[in-house]
Design a protein around this ligand. Structure first.
Ligand SMILES: N[C@@H](CCC(=O)N[C@@H](CS)C(=O)NCC(=O)O)C(=O)O
Length: 121
């Protein structure tokens, strides 16, 4: 079972690599504004999870530089996700606002909708 999951994971990553979207190019000032917002976000994810791939493609397509945190192999991020987010489920977007309030957003659909709204995509 583990080997089958591993093979499927490699296929997902290969397909993602072969069909990955081209990042949009903003002018420098606009990208700085976007970068300032995304600096307060991090994506807890697994490398070969299809839902995480979906979100990562969205990030790439729209040139959103969000820190990726491996919640499978990195014990600290895994613990953080469970302790602060509430469950070991990925993808999960950690969003810190200007007043340092933190929101943990689960579900790839919700994350993609949030990114679309936040960055007017
Ligand atoms: N409907 C969710 C599904 C997310 C999901 O099932 N993620 C799996 C990985 S692909 C997971 O976190 N499983 C928990 C675990 O393996 O511990 C979404 O769209 O984000």
């Amino acid at each position: 079972m583990k080997i089958i999951r591993w093979i499927i994971g490699r296929i997902i990553l290969a397909l993602d690599f072969l069909t990955r979207p081209k990042p949009i190019v903003r002018d420098i000032k606009d990208q700085e504004v976007v970068d300032a917002k995304t600096a307060k976000m991090s994506l807890y994810q697994f490398n070969a999870c299809p839902f995480c791939v979906k979100v990562r493609r969205q990030l790439r397509k729209h040139s959103l530089n969000v820190e990726l945190r491996d919640a499978k192999n990195h014990a600290l991020y895994k613990d953080e996700l469970i302790r602060e987010g509430g469950k070991h489920k990925v993808p999960c977007l950690r969003i810190e606002d200007a007043t340092s309030n933190v929101r943990w957003m689960y579900s790839s659909d919700d994350i993609c909708s949030f990114l679309k709204e936040e960055f007017s995509l």
